[in-house]
Design a protein. Structure first.
Length: 70
């Protein structure tokens, strides 16, 4: 037996996989790992992704972005 990971791009593909499971050709296992992330895990995942900036720097960046669209 081999294990593979698939990314389902279309619901029709999932239906086909379910049909194969009914034929006992494959076995589907739902991986809920991503859905069950605790808030502590999320903090670890995103910690340090934003650098601290003072209000004036953020305002200047926002104004520059807005001015690019004019």
């Amino acid at each position: 037996m081999r294990t593979v990971t698939l990314d389902i791009l279309d619901d029709n593909a999932l239906n086909l996989l379910k049909d194969l499971e009914l034929l006992k050709v494959i076995r589907l296992r739902r991986d809920n790992q991503q859905e069950n992330l605790s808030s502590e895990d999320l903090v670890k995942k995103y910690k340090g992704s934003m650098v601290p900036q003072n209000k004036d720097e953020v305002d200047n960046q926002l104004n520059n972005l807005r001015n690019e669209w004019e």
